[in-house]
Design a protein around this ligand. Structure first.
Ligand code: 0L1
Ligand code: MG
Length: 262
């Protein structure tokens, strides 16, 4: 690590305040170019501790930048991982208030719920499928705290990978009842189909993103608890939304889930 504890605390407070007050900021590596990966995840951990200290609960995790479309859109080459707090969850068909956000975008994702804990290292698609209870459609709303979504990967990790809101729903399916590589998705914006894809866009198989997450957490002495919700990453690039937009995600065999931006 190259940053001291008080710098990590200050950067976590700064980024979380930007999240809570819907204010953007320059990417933090502009001021701290020496920041390394351990620093970046330590800042994210500190944001998680701040939320826990306020009584929020951590309901799961997310993998980000897991598809080539997303990596190309953001100009990066590696996935990243973040956490999901209960305050991020929106009801199915509910409202997402844009006044609470900076410049939201949506991503179509497959959400996983674990039946048993997953502990890396050594997790692979098989271990993941054996530990999953069910999968369902999920829309992630991302909202980078960085001005104009301009960042590098370490800054994104520190910023909890742009996590801010999500909705899951539709028809949950036991994982054995779906081929997650060929499952098709359509994302509709205001009734118009705008994005199309298949599960294989996420690292060849969305469960590979969960295995990477478990191995990443295992390397840091953590695990994925039973009953966790995990967003496996956008199948397509992200789409910008504004007040008045209605978004629906349809996933083959799993029904649909939607949100209205107000
Ligand atoms: O969930 C994601 O793929 C987002 C990762 C963070 C980068 C971004 O804000 O697009
Ligand atoms: Mg995402």
């Amino acid at each position: 690590m190259s940053l001291d504890q008080s710098t990590i605390d200050n950067l976590a407070a700064h980024l979380e305040t930007c999240e809570l007050e819907a204010r953007d900021t320059a990417k933090i590596t502009d001021e701290y170019p020496e920041m390394d990966w351990d620093d970046a995840y330590a800042i994210q951990d500190r944001i998680r501790q701040r939320k826990l200290a306020r009584g929020e609960r951590i309901v799961g995790f997310k993998a980000g930048l897991t598809s080539h479309a997303k990596m190309k859109q953001m100009g990066v080459a590696t996935p990243c991982f973040g956490f999901l707090a209960d305050s991020f969850a929106l009801p199915e068909g509910g409202e997402c208030k844009v006044s609470e956000l900076i410049h939201p975008k949506v991503e179509p994702e497959i959400a996983f719920v674990t039946r048993t804990a997953l502990q890396g290292p050594g997790c692979h698609i098989g271990t993941v499928l054996a530990a999953i209870d069910f999968v369902m459609p999920g829309i992630e709303v991302i909202d980078s705290r960085y001005r104009d979504f301009k960042f590098d990967l370490k800054s994104v990790v520190a910023d909890n990978t742009s996590a801010v809101r999500f909705v899951v729903g539709g028809r949950p399916l036991p994982v054995a009842e779906v081929d997650l590589r060929t499952v098709g998705i359509v994302l509709e914006k205001n009734g118009q189909p705008v994005l199309f894809g298949a599960g294989a866009a996420v690292l060849g198989h969305p469960a590979a993103a969960i295995a990477m997450l478990a191995n990443h957490l295992g390397a840091r002495g953590e695990h994925i608890p039973a009953g966790s919700l995990i967003l496996s990453g956008g199948i397509t690039e992200a789409v910008a939304v504004q007040a008045g937009d209605a978004i629906t995600l349809r996933v083959q065999g799993m029904g649909s889930v939607g949100l209205r931006f107000v």
